[in-house]
Design a protein around this ligand. Structure first.
Ligand code: S3P
Length: 413
């Protein structure tokens, strides 16, 4: 994709539905009895992977692409069918990890596979606790996909402290706990997104009968516009109906500490998730040191925060972000290599980044590493640099934000 800077962002956009909540809506709808409707669902490649997995297990899921709606005719907690072939999770870590927890409790055998990137991502983090619950689960070298799951002689609840900040691991355990004897308790040292807990509570209220769900806009998608409007002189935008769950709003806190001009208005609750409208306009940013305890609340936003820091006055230090190495690509390496191509003053740490703001930036030809968030973060950076840049391999954006460039062309001036 060719990008010509320097630009500003003006107007109002609705970002697509939240990826994490959309996955969970498909999962809980599938294991509830009767009809669940999902409005403003994200219909990106990752969610389609989850939908296809449940279809393979006998769940009827109807997609209305025009209206971003889903109708799920759930089979109930004990109604999933043995899939006749391996369940393909594509590029989606959330699909593989959450489904592993759910499948550990089923009385049939299943296999989970993924694409090249997912096949390299660590799965011991879910295999270990699920085995402690008496799950009969194995991976390649006990660490990587494919994951093979066999019926257990009976899952047991556990008391588990997460060794890393991961909502996917937490959620896998919570989903397995639906089929386990006794109580399960998961403790986390760093806060991570709690969408599974909220949705589980929502569905439990009526004993897992189908529900109506409205998916709020994805704050991780909104983050690209938040940083974009903060760094591009003359920008002023409104992002409507964005999820502002406090376990996800680290990006707002960080931008505010950097001097960003951001306000959240009209906050209301929709099926146990807070939703609001976000107003952002240009404001010169200054570098800060991020508190490592915030990482679980903004882990997916680090690439675009690094982009923002490149245009800030002073130094930004990010530590406690070692998890970035295990995402769709090693995001520490990717962002350092690519921002340097733009003249960025950025250095990799073992568990983070140091970025010094600079005026000496220039256009470049950049690589996405087939990682959707890297592709979008680089596009935002290039938009604020005079001249013509190129971001290659941007098809991966379909993983989480298929209409990213369409929205961009709508609000760019
Ligand atoms: C997610 C959790 C996070 C996040 C991912 C979605 C989820 O992963 O990076 O994009 O939906 O639970 P980790 O659990 O690996 O931190």
């Amino acid at each position: 994709m060719e990008i010509i800077g320097k630009k500003k962002l003006k107007g109002e956009i609705k970002v697509p539905g939240d990826k994490s909540i959309s996955h969970r809506a498909v999962i809980f709808g599938s294991i509830s009895k009767g009809e669940t409707t999902v409005e403003n669902a994200l219909l990106s490649e990752d969610i389609i992977s989850t939908i296809k997995c449940f279809r393979e297990m006998g769940v009827k899921i109807l997609i209305n692409e025009e209206e971003d709606k889903l109708r799920i005719i759930g089979n109930g907690l004990y109604g999933l069918k043995k899939p006749s072939r391996p369940l393909d999770c594509g590029n989606s870590g959330t699909t593989m990890r959450l489904l592993s927890g759910l499948l550990a409790g089923q009385d049939f055998e299943s296999t989970l596979i993924g694409d090249e990137s997912l096949s390299k991502r660590p799965m011991d983090r879910i295999i270990n606790p699920l085995r402690k619950m008496n799950g009969n689960i194995a991976g390649a070298d006990d660490k990587y996909p494919p994951i093979n799951i066999y019926p257990s002689k009976g899952l047991q609840g556990i008391d588990y402290t997460l060794p890393m900040a991961s909502a996917q691991v937490k959620s896998a355990i919570l989903l397995a706990s639906l089929y386990a004897n006794g109580e399960t308790k998961v403790e986390e040292k760093k806060i991570t997104r709690d969408h599974t807990e909220r949705m589980m509570e929502y569905f439990s209220e009526d004993d897992f009968i189908g529900k109506n769900i409205y998916v709020p806009g994805d704050i991780s998608s909104a983050a690209f516009w938040m940083v974009g409007a903060s760094i591009m002189k003359g920008s002023s935008i409104v992002l409507k109906d964005v999820g502002v769950n406090p376990t996800r709003t680290g990006i707002i806190d960080v931008l505010k500490s950097m001097g960003g001009n951001i306000e959240v208005k009209n906050i209301r609750n929709i099926n146990k998730e807070p939703v609001g409208d976000i107003y952002i306009s240009y404001s010169p940013l200054r570098g800060i040191e991020l508190d490592p305890s915030i990482m679980g609340r903004l882990v997916d936003e680090i690439p675009v925060i690094a982009v923002g820091a490149m245009f800030a006055q002073g130094t930004t230090i990010i530590r406690g972000a070692g998890e970035l190495k295990y995402k769709e690509t090693d995001r520490i390496q990717a962002i350092v290599t690519e921002l340097k191509k733009l003249g960025g003053n950025i250095e990799a740490l073992e568990d983070g980044l140091i970025i010094k703001g600079t005026d000496a930036l220039h256009p470049g030809v950049l690589e996405s590493y087939d990682d959707h968030r890297i592709a979008m973060a680089l596009s935002i950076g290039a938009l604020n640099i005079e001249g013509k840049s190129k971001v290659t391999n941007t098809k991966c954006i379909n993983i989480s934000y298929p209409k990213f460039y369409e929205s961009l062309w709508e609000i760019v001036e």
